[in-house]
Design a protein around this ligand. Structure first.
Ligand code: SAH
Length: 254
């Protein structure tokens, strides 16, 4: 039997959209393709009349259930797999997939994991910092002019995700670490690596970006994240113990 993406585990996340019409048109595109969860982060104008007008009656349910967040970090925190979409290539954006390759990859992952597909603001797209939250980057191939209208980009992605199918080979798809577990791990790693002077406290993000890229490639599972966090805790404990032993020795010598 052909295997397909579990659409119940897919959410569309619009990061800082400027125009309510695009939010409505995105909801309608989702409805056409059977994707129901819409998340909006810090919208510039959340005019519900304009949103509903573009969504039309058919997608009204999706609009009523929109979840609104202040930051991308909060919005993605409960997801296990986060995909960013970008019109721009190059720079830090090397590992980019096509929509259909990504859709194939989501077939096994979506069985057990919640997936967010993130879209940037109309004028400037996702920043490099926003991309930190993404496991994967996707570009929709175009002719020379690469920037699609936001809602049309949502449509292309939803269409690919809806139409992809594969003969099932029952591929194993483990439960991946949720975004909030990864972010907690990165905060803890940054703290400990600064304290043991592995990274420069003046510019910790430079090194953390390398580490993030490395761990992102691994697609860490929840259990693996808790192992890394356990190692950080132990380093912390050991450092503290050595410090206290040192103080005691000094006292004994006095
Ligand atoms: N000027 C911006 C484009 C913003 S378009 C830039 O250069 O990045 C708004 C959003 O639509 C983008 O952030 C992205 O999420 C999506 N989008 C537009 N064109 C796309 C393309 N060719 N491939 C993938 N996503 C695209």
């Amino acid at each position: 039997m052909p295997d397909s993406v579990n659409l119940d585990n897919i959410s569309i996340v619009l990061h800082q959209p400027r125009f309510p019409e695009n939010i409505g048109a995105a909801a309608r595109a989702m409805r056409n393709m059977g994707i129901r969860e819409l998340v909006v982060v810090n919208p510039e104008n959340f005019d519900v009349v304009k949103i509903f007008r573009m969504a039309t009656h058919s997608a009204a349910d999706i609009v009523k259930r929109i979840e609104v967040y202040e930051t991308l970090r909060e919005a993605t925190s409960s997801y296990h797999y986060v995909v960013g979409t970008t019109a721009r290539l190059g720079g830090q954006r090397q590992l980019i997939k096509s929509p259909s390759t990504l859709a194939q990859k989501l077939i096994p992952i979506s069985k057990e994991n919640r997936i967010a597909i993130v879209f940037g603001p109309e004028d400037r797209g996702l920043t490099n910092e926003d991309l930190h939250y993404c496991h994967e980057l996707v570009n929709i191939p175009t002719a020379e002019f690469s920037s699609l209208n936001l809602a049309q980009a949502v449509m292309v992605m939803c269409y690919e995700i809806f139409t992809v199918s594969r003969e099932s080979k029952k591929k194993f798809a483990p439960r991946l670490a949720a975004r909030h577990e990864l972010d907690g791990m990165y905060d803890q790693l940054k703290d400990i690596l600064v304290r043991i002077s592995y990274i420069n406290p003046e510019n910790p993000d430079y090194w953390m970006n390398n580490l993030r890229r490395f761990f992102t490639r691994m697609e860490l599972r929840a259990k693996e994240v808790s192992i890394i966090r356990g190692i950080c805790r132990q380093i912390n404990w050991y450092g503290k113990k050595r410090y206290e032993d040192g103080l005691r020795e000094k006292k004994d010598q006095m």
